[in-house]
Design a protein around this ligand. Structure first.
Ligand code: PEP
Length: 255
């Protein structure tokens, strides 16, 4: 099955409103002629409404970097799925390694958020990945499998098919270290086998699995050429229109 590559930018805690408008205007122009690749951006909460407005009529999708598992309530400082859909958000990144490591999100919480997102027609981009220590201890697949089984708990196959997964080895995020295409492909293929076991073959083939971890214009093509790598979740390089567009172009050319 051919899956359209999806290149998504996770802006993390970067960009004011004016910087958001500037970056999106540049990006819209830079990728307007690229075909066969889906493009998405996840600005900070404060810039989401402005981003959705700036991208009205554009094919670029807008998503959030996190959300609360409930629709509303006394949760100071949190953002609900209802608020996200209200301003035109299409997707939400869940279980990013920074949320897990810095904000104490565990596998079960991430699973509840995935179910809430699906119930509100937000596409979950479910992240997983091992630390350097876990890789060295040969625990990569046991960690990834634990994160995904909990993250997908209760999700029916027809809803899972529309989801996006992101394999992001923690040691490659923001470090300049990238998994080799062979290392990434090996994990992606194992994830696809896990999905076939958890759901069925057709569902496993439909789910897009992004790679994330220091993806740049110079290494995107060789990663995207791997059969089970269906796009990229991009941090640092998504903050600059030229570098993000370079990744989008390289990915389109590689498939
Ligand atoms: C990320 O945080 O999802 C990420 C992949 O970051 P970077 O591209 O900067 O490694």
């Amino acid at each position: 099955m051919s899956r359209i590559p999806l290149i998504a930018g996770n802006w993390k805690m970067h960009k004011t409103l004016s910087a958001t408008r500037t970056l999106l205007a540049e990006l819209n122009q830079a990728v307007s002629d690229v075909e066969g690749v889906e493009v998405a951006v996840a600005p900070p909460f404060t810039a989401l409404a402005v981003a959705a407005e700036a991208l009205r009529g554009s094919a670029i999708r807008v998503g959030a970097q996190n959300m609360h598992e409930s629709e509303e309530g006394a949760f100071t400082g949190e953002i609900s799925p209802v608020m996200l859909t209200d301003i035109g958000t299409n997707f939400v990144i869940l279980g990013h390694s920074e949320r897990r490591a810095l904000f104490g999100e565990d596998d079960e919480l991430v699973g509840r958020k995935v179910n809430t997102a699906l119930a509100h027609d937000l596409v979950p981009y479910l992240c997983c990945g091992e630390t350097q220590q876990e890789r060295e201890a040969n625990e990569t697949m046991s960690v990834v499998s634990r994160q995904l089984r909990a993250g997908l708990a209760g999700v029916p196959a027809d809803q899972a098919a529309g989801m996006v997964l992101a394999y992001e080895p923690v040691w490659a995020i923001g470090t300049g270290l990238t998994a080799t295409p062979a290392q990434a492909q090996e994990v992606h293929a194992s994830i696809r086998a896990l999905l076939a076991d958890r759901f069925d073959d057709a569902t496993a083939q439909a789910i897009r699995i992004q790679y994330g971890g220091s993806v740049k214009p110079g290494n995107a093509a060789e990663l995207m050429a791997q059969p089970d790598i269906d796009g990229a979740l991009v941090g640092g390089a998504s903050l600059d229109a030229a570098s993000f567009a370079g990744i989008v172009r390289a990915s389109g050319a590689a498939r």
